[in-house]
Structures are given as structure tokens and as C-alpha cells.
Ligand binder design. Structure first.
Ligand code: FAD
Ligand code: UDP
Length: 369
């Protein structure tokens, strides 16, 4: 008899397994239909011995001290600040758009103050910012929007930015200084020995049993458990009773080159050329020294594993219906797929830690045994 059956061994499921097992002494069965733990953050060594991320580049960053301290119990860190260039108009310039980007692109020599005026002169007057187009044209105007955002977003989502919530392109700020880091969070670090090692440490507890290659449908009738925590797609859990929630997927193409370095930064975006959106060179992220280098190209697609919830009004409406079912259910729903939120890793950890606190309060009020 398990106290909890946890479906999905990514961040959401693993944090809850760890907390309930280690802090509450509960017996947990953690299952995943894949053949590994770690969910989409899983990393492993490729044939050449280079550490790669199976589901695309994962860069850890957070402003939450609680999240950082919590994960620090399971890993040491390597300080890493991610940088991205956009390949357009025959050159490579920093993203987010900053002072260097504009001076390089237009062959100017503006100061930060002058750049503010430059943007003000280009910005469109948008009364109410609703869409991913609104956010960008209001900040930098149409020309930069067309160069950096329109084509990339069309490839990534198969939608025009005007069809997506503002929150999507709002992930990428605009800067008037020369700061060329992709993120400005307080904590920016990669697990020193990789994500999978961190998950192994998290889940190494006698109260946690792990079962891989197992879809939860295969075992729910045969295994006794008190409560379920579900971190897979919420529409799947309810047998798609209101129809499928749209998710965007990606085909990852990996390549190893017989040279030490391929590109100038960890990631290079290709907003307007090619079918892929970006190329990431893993050694920048991991700090690994190797005479060869491994890359991943991301080709967005409609079919495949559900990676990205698609933030737009009609999907939010559909999710609301599933959320109403989830709220009435005995099962707990946590994570990017189960709550249909375009969350980064740290946000999922924060969500799982607050779910743990909620469950802990319930246990205290109404003990299970
Ligand atoms: P997941 O990691 O998806 O885990 C859910 C698990 O449930 C999966 O392992 C799945 O196999 C399992 N599962 C589903 N259905 C079933 C079932 N029926 N039975 C059994 N098991 C099931 N975040 C960042 O912070 N920084 C980044 O740089 C970053 N880059 C990203 C790049 C890409 C290409 C993608 C797709 C995501 C990226 N993210 C990044 C987001 C990050 O991957 C997620 O926030 C995080 O991994 C979500 O954790 P989770 O536990 O909610 O879901
Ligand atoms: N985006 C873009 N051009 C870029 C970078 C980002 O149009 O050069 C848009 C695109 O819609 C993308 C979104 O901003 O999906 C969020 O970018 P982010 O890099 O955060 O995406 P993720 O790493 O989550 O795939």
C-alpha cells in the first residue's frame, strides 16, 4: 500500500516525491512512461561522451531563494549566464535586443539615452496590450518586430504573434544598455554534474519506489495507493472529454562536430531562415571540455510529445473546463502539463513546493493512518 502514487518523474513529480517521502515519511510510488527520470530536464552523455539535454536546452535561472536553496540540497552548481545571438541580415546580434544590437544592425553609435529616443520614435501606440504582437510593436516598433519576432514566432507556434497571448513574447525583454545576458535572474546556474544526477540524489530515499516504462493506466487497477498526484497532460487524465488541449511539440536533431567549437554563444536563434528556430551548443551550458562539440537544432511541429502549452484565449477557456474537473477530483494536479502553464523549471519547483505545503496541512488536519 502506497500513500501516494505520483505520475511523472519530472520536476513536479520528483519534488513532491522527495518532500512527501523525506519530510513526511510517506511511502511513494513514482512512475513515468519514459525509460528515465527527470522529465524534460533529463540529460545524458551522447556516444562521444558529451553531456546533452535530450529534450532541448535547459538553462536554470530563478529569482526564488526558496527554490534555489531547495535544489541546492541535491546538487552543487556551476555559475552560467546564458547568451543568445540572432542570425539575421547577414550578421549575428544579441537577443534580447539591446544597445549593441541596434548599433550593429543599423550601423549607429547611439548612447543608452539616445536609444530610448530611438525606440520611442519607432514604437507603435497600442492602447491595450493583449497579444504577442502588441508587446513588441509597443516597445520597439514594426521593423524590429518583423526582424526578430514575427518569423520566429510563426515557426515556433505556427501562429502569428497577434494570435498569441502577450505573455509569450513578453518573456524576452528589450534593453537600452549593453547587458547581453538572456536572463537577469538573481540565481543563474547549472547543476554541476547535470540534471539527471540531481534527480537521482533527490529520489534516493528508501520511501520512494520508482517504476519506469509504465503508463499509469497500466497499473492503477493493480496497485493500492491512497492518493494520486498527476503531472501529465490534464486533458489526457480526463480522457479528452472536452476535446484535446493544444500543445506544441519539437523535433530535436542532434549533431556532433569534429571540432572544439561551432558558434559564438550557447544559443543562436534563426528568426527568418531555415525550418529550425535555434541551435544550441551544449558545452557552453555545461562547461565540459572536449575536443568535439554537440549541438541540437529545434524543429517545431504540431505532432509529438506535448512540450509547450499554447497561451491564447480559446485554449485558456478549454483549460478552465478541465480545471473545474481537476478541482472536484481527489487527485492533485501539478506541473507544466497538468496545469497547462508555460512554466520554466523554477516555477514548476515553486508550484510543487506550495502543493507540498497544502498536502502537508491536509495531512496534519486529517491524518491518513
Ligand atoms: P515534465 O518534465 O514534462 O514531466 C512530466 C512527466 O510525466 C514526463 O516525464 C512524462 O513522461 C510523464 N507522463 C506523462 N503522462 C504520463 C502517463 N500517462 N503515465 C506515466 N507518466 C506520464 N525551463 C527552464 O527553466 N529553462 C529552460 O531553459 C527551459 N528550456 C526548455 C526547452 C524546451 C525545448 C522545453 C520543451 C522546455 C523547456 N523548459 C525550460 C521548461 C521545462 O522543461 C519545464 O518547466 C519542466 O521540465 C516541467 O516539469 P514537469 O514536471 O511539469 O513536466
Ligand atoms: N521569440 C522570438 N524571437 C526570438 C526569441 C523569442 O520571436 O529571438 C519569441 C517566440 O515566440 C518564443 C518566445 O518569444 O516562443 C519565448 O522565447 P523563449 O526563448 O523564452 O522560448 P523557450 O526557451 O521557452 O522556447
Amino acid at each position: 500500500m502506497f500513500d501516494y502514487l505520483i505520475v511523472g518523474a519530472g520536476f513536479a513529480g520528483s519534488v513532491l516525491a522527495e518532500r512527501l517521502a523525506a519530510a513526511e515519511n510517506k511511502k511513494v510510488l513514482l512512475i513515468d512512461k519514459r525509460n528515465h527520470i527527470g522529465g524534460n530536464a533529463y540529460d545524458h552523455y551522447d556516444n562521444e561522451g558529451i553531456l546533452i539535454h535530450k529534450y532541448g536546452p535547459h538553462i536554470f535561472h530563478t529569482n526564488s531563494q526558496e527554490v534555489f536553496n531547495y535544489l541546492s540540497k541535491f546538487t552543487e552548481w556551476r555559475h552560467y549566464q546564458h547568451k543568445v545571438l540572432a542570425d539575421l541580415d547577414g550578421q549575428q546580434v544579441p537577443v534580447p535586443i539591446n544597445l549593441t544590437t541596434i548599433n550593429t544592425l543599423y550601423n549607429l553609435n547611439l548612447s543608452s539615452n539616445e536609444l530610448e529616443g530611438f525606440f520611442a520614435g519607432k514604437a507603435e501606440d497600442v492602447k491595450q496590450v493583449r497579444t504577442s504582437e502588441d508587446v513588441v510593436v509597443k516597445a520597439v516598433g514594426r521593423d524590429l518586430y518583423n526582424k526578430f519576432f514575427k518569423g520566429y514566432t510563426q515557426k515556433q507556434w505556427d501562429l502569428d504573434p497577434s494570435e498569441l497571448d502577450a505573455s509569450v513574447t513578453a518573456r524576452v525583454p528589450t534593453r537600452t544598455n549593453k547587458d547581453d545576458r538572456y536572463f537577469t535572474d538573481t540565481y543563474q546556474s547549472m547543476p554541476l554534474n547535470g540534471y539527471t544526477k540531481m534527480f537521482e540524489n533527490m529520489l534516493n530515499h528508501p520511501n520512494i519506489k520508482i517504476m519506469l516504462n509504465t503508463d499509469y493506466h497500466e497499473i492503477t487497477d493493480d496497485i493500492a495507493f491512497n492518493k494520486m498526484i498527476f503531472t501529465g497532460p490534464v486533458d489526457e487524465y480526463f480522457d479528452y472529454c472536452y476535446g484535446k488541449l493544444p500543445y506544441r511539440s519539437i523535433n530535436f536533431k542532434f549533431e556532433t562536430l569534429d571540432k572544439e567549437q561551432f558558434q559564438r554563444t550557447g544559443t543562436v536563434n534563426y528568426p527568418n531562415d531555415y525550418a529550425f528556430t535555434r541551435i544550441t551548443e551544449f558545452k557552453y551550458l555545461t562547461g565540459q571540455k572536449h575536443h568535439k562539440t554537440s549541438l541540437v537544432y529545434e524543429f517545431p511541429t504540431a505532432n509529438g510529445d506535448p512540450y509547450y502549452p499554447i497561451p491564447r484565449p480559446e485554449n485558456a477557456e478549454l483549460y478552465k473546463k478541465y480545471k473545474a474537473l481537476a478541482d472536484q477530483s481527489d487527485t492533485y494536479f501539478v506541473g507544466r502539463l497538468a496545469t497547462y502553464k508555460y512554466y520554466n523549471m523554477d516555477q514548476v519547483v515553486a508550484q510543487a513546493l506550495s502543493m507540498y505545503k497544502k498536502i502537508k496541512a491536509e495531512i496534519t488536519i486529517k491524518p491518513m493512518h
